[in-house]
Design a protein around this ligand. Structure first.
Ligand SMILES: Cc1cc2nc3c(=O)[nH]c(=O)nc-3n(C[C@H](O)[C@H](O)[C@H](O)COP(=O)(O)O)c2cc1C
Length: 339
């Protein structure tokens, strides 16, 4: 099995190693959604730190779909120039860069009325959302299409559609948040209908110029939600609709904390990997380089996304290479670390 520093590819996108900077909201954009010099330094410095791919944080496709009013955005042409500067800088370092397109749905903390599959608020902190009409759905599809076209204009190498962490598309997938009585609610087939329309829309906009991935939450961790076996079935349908890579996270649709420990989401990635024909990415407390190396070599995942590790050490990739040179054989206890 290949290791952390072996090349791989997502569709036609060739990557020099299996380290990805995980998308992480920084809430540092202007209220207009524009990025600043701060973002060039933030993403640029992580690009210099040894990953093959840097993912830009959850990026709003609609103003009312932002997690906060300081989200990086692609809902307007005004957002293209700033992001293109980041893309160009990262490319000059020989590193690839992608963007995560997101709609927060009922987890949008914005002044405008917010949307969700059903009028169920996430918690007291949030507004009660409007139950989306067909017209709202068309607006959101149009927004995803326009944002995807802008992402391509910026020069991004890959688009990831955010379907995880309790945001809009996760809300549709889960019976915990989707209690609709129409063809977008009820059976898993119906709950996947709108997320699949978003995939179709973004894939069509990308027109095979760049790959399109998704980030999913493998389980809701709550009764009344879905679990990892349900997600395997969803992922098969997503791949049938052309998804090129699946980035496997968990939780976020209910205000509870999952059980965190090193590599806690790796078994979900393995489960999905065995069921689909496209590469998967594991994430979550994989910033111990020996553990990251082990999970890639175990074949449970094709690559790892590292989040907080890169915030703490912007050169995490180089630090990992150094650690692996010092310990070329991953010690035995790592084989049980995430079981
Ligand atoms: C500050 C911060 C912001 C995050 N923002 C996003 C985001 O925009 N999109 C996303 O899918 N996950 C987001 N996450 C989750 C991370 O991408 C990652 O999945 C999580 O932190 C677990 O990986 P880690 O243990 O390597 O940090 C965020 C995490 C942190 C710590």
């Amino acid at each position: 099995m290949p290791g952390l520093f072996d090349p791989w590819s997502i569709g036609q996108l060739e990557l020099q190693n299996r380290i990805i900077v995980s998308p992480m909201c920084q809430y540092m954009a202007l209220e207009t959604g524009e990025v600043t010099e701060w973002h060039v330094v933030h993403y640029g410095s992580m690009a210099l730190g040894g990953p093959s791919l840097v993912m830009v944080e959850a990026t709003g496709v609609e103003a009312r779909g932002r997690i906060s009013v300081h989200d990086v955005s692609l809902y307007d042409d005004v957002h293209v120039g700033g992001l293109r500067r980041i893309v160009d800088f990262v490319h000059q370092q020989g590193v690839k860069i992608g963007v995560q397109l997101a709609h927060a749905g009922r987890k949008a903390d914005v002044p405008d009325p917010i949307l969700a599959p059903s009028a169920i608020r996430f918690s007291d902190h949030y507004q009660t959302p409007l139950e989306m009409s067909r017209a709202h759905q068309e607006e959101v599809l149009t927004a995803f299409r326009a944002a995807a076209l802008r992402a391509i204009e910026c020069g991004f190498d890959i688009i990831e559609i955010h379907m995880a962490h309790g945001y809009l598309l996760h809300q549709f997938l889960s019976p915990f948040s989707n209690q609709r009585a129409d063809e977008f609610g009820g059976s898993p087939h119906n709950r996947a209908r709108f997320p699949l329309q978003v995939i179709d829309t973004v894939k069509k906009a990308a027109a095979n110029r760049i790959p399109v991935g998704i980030r999913v939450s493998a389980t809701d961790y709550v009764s009344g939600g879905y679990n990892e076996a349900d997600m395997v079935q969803f992922c098969k349908a997503f791949v049938d609709h052309g998804v090129d890579v699946i980035d496997v996270s968990s939780g976020g649709n209910a205000p509870i904390a999952p059980p965190f420990y090193p590599g806690y989401q790796v078994p979900f990635a393995g489960l999905i990997k065995r069921a689909v024909s496209v590469p998967v990415i594991a994430v979550g407390m994989l910033d111990d380089p020996l553990l990251a190396e082990h999970v890639v070599r175990s074949g449970e995942t094709d690559a790892v996304a590292v989040g907080r590790g890169f915030l703490r050490d912007k050169h995490w990739g180089h630090s990992a290479a150094k650690a692996l040179r010092a310990a070329p054989r991953v010690p035995k206890p790592y084989e049980r670390a995430y079981l």
